[in-house]
Each structure stands twice: as C-alpha cells, then as structure tokens.
Design a protein around this ligand. Structure first.
Ligand SMILES: Cc1ncc(COP(=O)(O)O)c(C=O)c1O
Length: 389
C-alpha cells in the first residue's frame, strides 16, 4: 500500500525522533543528558492540577462545544485584551488541543493550492509542513545570526508576490530565542495591509522573555482583524501534556478553524479547559518563578558554550533555546548533533531540523536543571576537540 500524496508531503518534528533515539540509548544503559525537546521540566502548578482533578470529579467528562467552553473563551478574551491592548470578544477565540493545532488549522482554513506562504527559517518545523499539507508553496524567510535572528527587512519585502496569502512569524522564536522588534512588526503590518495578507503570529513564548519587551503584531493599527494569534498553556504553565492552546482571530477565520476542528478533534476535553481557566485567572507566581529559573539557565548555558573552542553563541532574548554556531568544526550540523549524542551522551537537535537556514547551528533546549546543564557542558567540552580535527 502506498500512503497518500498528502501524508507523504507531511514533514516532522525531529525533536520527537531524537527523544526516542536518546531513550533507546538509555534503555541500553547509556547515560544521556537531554537538551532535545522543548518541554519544561517543571510540573504543572498545583492549583491548576487541582482544578483539573476537581473538574473530572464534577463530571466535566462529556463532549463540549467545538469552539471551546464559554468560560475559557471569556477568560482568554480578557487575557488577550489586557496583554495585547486590543479589544477581543469571546467569539473571536477558538480553543485547540495545543498551540500546534492552530498552525495546522490556519493553514488548512486559509491556503489554497498554488498559494504562497512565507515562514521563518530556521523556524518551528510544523510551519513548513502545514503549508505543504495545505497544498501551498512554502517560501522561507531567512533568519540570520548577523541580524540577531530577525529577518532582513528588504529581503522580506522581495518575498511577497500576488500569490502570498499567509505570513507566519514567531517571537520570541524557536529555535533561535530571537525576538522581533516593534520596527520589524511595523514592516510586516505594512506589507500585510498593502497586499491583503493574513498573518499567523505564534506568541507561545510571549511570557518567556528576559530582555526587551514583547510586542504583539495584533496590537498594531489595522492588524487585529488580519492576525491569527497563536498562544497556549504548554510552555508558560508547564502544561505540555494537557494539550491546550488557542487561536484569537476574526469571526470568519474562527469559523474556518471550527470547520476543520469539527472534522477532526470535535472538542478539547472540558476538564482540561477548566484547568486552563485556573491557570490564567489564578496566582501567577509559578510562571514567573519558572521564567526566572530559565533566565539563570540561559546565562549558564550561554557562558559555558562560549568557552568551548569551536562554538559561539549569541545571547537569546526569550524562549528556552540556544542556537550555537558550530561552523568552525567544518562539519554538518546533523553530524555534530549525532556525534554529541553517540559519543558524549548529549542529545541536541541539528539546526537543519528547523530548515535549511539552520545549517551551521545546533539547538539546545535549556528547559532542564542547572545541574544537567553543567554536566552537559562538561561532556560537550570534553568531546568537542575531536570534532575540531
Ligand atoms: C514555536 C512553537 N509554536 C507552537 C508550539 C506547539 O505548542 P503546543 O505543545 O502547545 O502544541 C511549539 C512547541 O514546541 C513551538 O515551539
């Protein structure tokens, strides 16, 4: 049997593959230090867990509305109105099983075959995959180290054609930790308005920021109605396994997302949504504590990596990733990542897992303890001279 052309077009998220490989090595008795997956090592805050358990005990275990339960849509509308300084109504919110679904559903709801969609490269691999699944042409927007991993404004303008229907941006960004400045967003807004383009603004790391200020594209004049905000609970509240995210968009786009959802997941578990209400409305000291700890880890890993001959890394401003340059080794990123896993027991991802512009880099997720980071740095330091020939 041959899989469909659509299934064959789908890309993947290499982090899950490397995680499986690292786990297999662990099963064989090897010690592995994990830097591959973008998953907080913290547990979900107690108040949020309690809200979920209570909701199960109260039998919130039935089907619920496809767009999301009214209580959570209202909570998200208030949260986004406040944090993005725009007026959002609960009708403009769609609750999804994780932020990832917003990428997939938006691509399917907006793109037609033959359309073009611009996406960040290196970037979260699901962007390119979702564009391909929708039958559209992915157009990479290079994020270069010399621009602090923001895009080149002049080059960006040249990527836009009459076929461009969607632009995807991500700030703070995976895998680079770079952020887009207000001026960058103004250029995107200008181009989107002039050419009637929808923008998917992936803001899943908006609360994991160390330097600078977070700006949402949706806050810019004329942009609220042509922006799909993607945000969620996985990273900010350490809720990756709960599968809870959301889209904020105009009513027409929300209708499109709902159509896709009713054909696939029907609804997000109601007890998970009630936990989400508690996450947003309850005390915010846990997410802040986690953010501070990520910042300490960032400082540790950046200074440690910069001490290793052959590695240089810029200080990321947000998210929990570093994207060191390993070009001096003269090896391909994939070879370096494989070498570090097999020889040093350090699991990282090749920069090319995030697109062709990731060649010359590897990604470390530092959502792991300072103790692990120190141990990992020692192993990399020990193993690296061999790579340098
Ligand atoms: C940039 C970006 N967007 C979206 C997601 C998806 O998040 P979720 O686990 O909520 O689906 C991730 C997860 O790694 C991510 O890095």
């Amino acid at each position: 049997m041959n899989l469909s052309k659509l299934a064959q077009r789908a890309g993947t998220e290499t982090a899950f593959e490397v995680l499986a490989k690292a786990k297999e090595l662990e099963r064989q008795g090897k010690k592995i230090i994990h830097f591959e997956i973008g998953e907080p090592d913290f547990n979900t805050p107690e108040n949020v867990k309690k809200a979920g358990v209570n909701a199960i005990n109260e039998n919130y275990t039935h089907y619920s509305p496809t767009q999301g339960i009214p209580g959570l849509r209202e909570t998200v509308a208030n949260y986004i109105s406040k944090t993005r300084e725009i007026k959002v109504s609960p009708d403009e919110v769609m609750i999804t099983p994780g932020g990832k679904d917003v990428i997939f559903s938006t691509a399917l709801a907006i793109l037609n075959e033959g359309d073009e969609a611009i996406y960040p490269n290196p970037g979260y691999p699901i962007y390119e995959s979702a564009i391909r699944l929708a039958g559209a042409k992915p157009v990479p927007m290079p994020l270069l180290e010399e621009n602090d991993f923001a895009f080149d404004r002049e080059q960006f303008k040249k990527l836009v054609t009459p076929k461009t229907k969607l632009i995807i941006i991500n700030s703070p960004g995976n895998p680079t930790g770079g952020i887009l400045s207000l001026q960058d967003l103004e250029i995107i807004a200008e181009v989107a308005i002039k050419n009637d383009i929808v923008v998917l603004s992936d803001e899943i790391y908006s609360r994991i920021l160390y330097d600078g200020e977070f700006h949402s594209l949706a806050s810019l004049p004329g942009m609220k109605d042509r922006t799909v905000i993607l945000d969620g609970f996985s990273k900010t509240y350490a809720m990756t396994g709960w599968r809870l995210g959301y889209a904020v968009a105009n009513n027409e786009i929300i209708d499109g997302l709902k159509k896709i959802a009713v054909n696939s997941f029907s609804c997000v578990a109601a007890f998970v949504q009630l936990a989400g209400i508690e996450a947003l409305n309850g005390p915010q000291d846990e997410p802040e504590r986690m953010r501070k700890e990520y910042e300490a880890r960032r400082n540790l890993i950046v200074s440690g990596l910069n001490e290793i001959p052959g590695i240089s890394v810029k200080v990321p401003k947000g998210a929990f990733y570093v994207f060191p340059n390993i070009k001096k080794t003269g090896n391909k990123s994939k070879e370096v990542a494989e070498y570090l896993l097999n020889e040093a027991g350090v699991a990282t991802l090749s920069g090319t897992s995030f697109g062709e512009y990731g060649e010359g880099y590897i990604r470390f997720s530092y959502a792991t303890s300072q103790e692990n980071i120190k141990l990992g740095l020692e192993k990399v330091k020990e193993a690296f001279p061999k790579l340098m020939g």
